[in-house]
Design a binder for this molecule. Structure first.
Ligand SMILES: Cc1ncc(COP(=O)(O)O)c(C=O)c1O
Length: 462
């Protein structure tokens, strides 16, 4: 497979982009961004006094903007900044708001529940119904809740170890499953390494985490062979290192190999829920032991769910009975009444079949239109998608695994596009050019994005 070469700072063109024109565009757009946003600039300055890096979460500086865009309000696919600029939002909180900002049924449910109590560390009356909804939609009989997808994955890893009595897990190179220490292992030249950049990490995570390339069943088989692997944790489509699609038969082979090895299999569908109402798993009739879904499950309110089979439930119960005392899992605010109410509204009124039909049709339109722009501009780029989630990659070929995907990308070009798009009233995600279609996205929104991309590229193509 041929991959695009890594960026070379002095080359006149990279990935089909003229470096000189790009640099002029960046200078102009940064100045204009700053001039047009005096209120955001002032808030950024003020916030520096008491927030480390000037923001309450350091990721908020990852947009590569001169200073953060402070949000006044967001509804549906519209995001309005504190300076009054209106944007069409295709980032949607990097999936947390993928069903649109502040969906009315969720807002109403939160409002009604808030007046009746928010958190009691006791189940609310809606709990049985939400359990039924999750089981019916995702096809697994038993469920638990956490606050975030990271928490859900941590729980799945711990419970899988407890249920199987095995110490190790297996992940795929380039995977991201949240702020979960066990998963921060990568491959370099075929050998496991700690993910570069980890801070404050003192354990050798490689001791209990194995890592192999995605789409490599022989490597999976070898890694499971000694019978010490409790769990394989994977996204059905890798979405966190650009997008890596499963090769035909890979996920089925993974299921076969994990079953043969007595290893549990978890599908983390936090991003691939873009595939359809039951995620990629249901769409393709797959049968994992665990199913994880965070981010959008409660319509934007922090909550995540993880489901599991009856056999896993039995093994969990046996492990619990054999190990009385503090489990080391769970957090106080988890499964609070507000999250349960929001989840019920989201599952019944927002995350509907009709919503998905709209989202996926528009995403297909967006992908086709972007492909046409890339072809017309003769750019060596590809467009990839999984349901309502669309990305473009600065590579002429699609990667087969995380190692290949990691070689793709160009922070300067991608950052410049993002900035120039924001100035044209369109927001895309600061990670690997990701665009989500919400039930509230319109054809006009998609056309506006495509036209803006085309216009910006028109200025900088080599
Ligand atoms: C597949 C996957 N799992 C888990 C997470 C973690 O989600 P959170 O940051 O909400 O805990 C992410 C975040 O991007 C993700 O992409």
């Amino acid at each position: 497979m041929t991959l695009s070469p890594p960026p070379v700072a002095t080359a006149p063109a990279r990935h089909g982009i003229d470096v000189g024109r790009l640099s002029r565009l960046i200078t102009r757009e940064r100045a204009a961004y700053a001039a047009e946003r005096p209120r955001s600039a002032a808030l950024a300055e003020e916030a520096r006094a008491h927030w480390h890096d000037g923001v309450p979460l350091h990721w908020m500086t990852d947009w590569g903007l001169p200073f953060p865009l402070f949000v006044a309000e967001a509804h549906g696919s519209t995001l309005i900044d504190v300076d009054g600029h209106t944007h069409v939002d295709f980032c949607l909180g990097d999936t947390g708001s993928m069903f649109g900002h502040a969906p009315a049924p969720v807002v109403a449910a939160i409002e009604a529940q808030a007046k009746r109590g928010m958190t009691a560390m006791m189940p609310s009356a809606l709990v049985p119904e939400v359990g039924r909804l999750l089981a019916a939609r995702f096809g697994l009989p038993f469920w638990q809740i956490t606050m975030t997808a990271s928490d859900a994955n941590r729980s799945v890893i711990r419970w899988a170890r407890a249920a199987t009595g095995r110490p190790n897990i297996l992940i795929f190179d380039g995977a991201y499953h949240g702020a979960v220490d066990d998963t921060h292992v990568r491959l370099k030249d075929g050998a496991p390494i700690l993910r570069p950049g980890l801070m404050g990490q003192v354990w050798d995570l490689r001791e209990h985490t194995r890592v192999v390339p995605f789409n490599d069943l022989a490597a999976v088989e070898a890694a499971l062979a000694d019978g010490t692997v409790a769990l394989v944790l994977t996204e059905p489509v890798m979405t966190n290192i650009g997008m890596v699609q499963p090769a035909p038969g890979f996920l089925e082979g993974l299921r076969r190999l994990t079953r043969a090895a007595g290893t549990l299999l978890a599908h983390d569908e936090t991003h691939t829920i873009s595939s359809g109402p039951g995620g990629y798993t249901r769409l393709h009739g797959l049968e994992p032991d665990f199913f994880v879904l965070g981010k959008p499950i409660a319509g934007g309110l922090p909550a995540a769910v993880w489901g599991f089979t009856e056999a896993v439930a039995k093994a969990m119960t046996a492990a619990r009975e054999a190990t009385p005392g503090y489990s080391g899992m769970g957090t106080t605010l988890t499964a609070n009444a507000l999250a349960i109410a929001a989840m019920r509204a989201n599952l019944t009124e927002v995350m509907t079949d009709a919503a998905y039909a709209h989202m996926i049709a528009l995403a297909d339109r967006l992908a086709a239109a972007l492909e046409a722009v890339v072809a017309r501009r003769r750019l060596p780029w590809v467009v990839t998608s999984v349901g309502a989630r669309v990305e473009f990659m600065l590579s002429p070929t699609r990667p087969a695994n995380g190692g290949e995907a990691a070689l793709i990308g160009d922070a300067e070009i991608e950052g410049a596009l993002r900035l120039a798009l924001i100035r044209r009233g369109v927001v895309i995600t600061p990670f690997h050019n990701m665009m989500l279609i919400a039930p509230t996205t319109t054809r006009a929104d998609v056309d506006r994005l495509v036209d803006a991309v085309d216009a910006i590229l028109g200025e900088v193509v080599a």
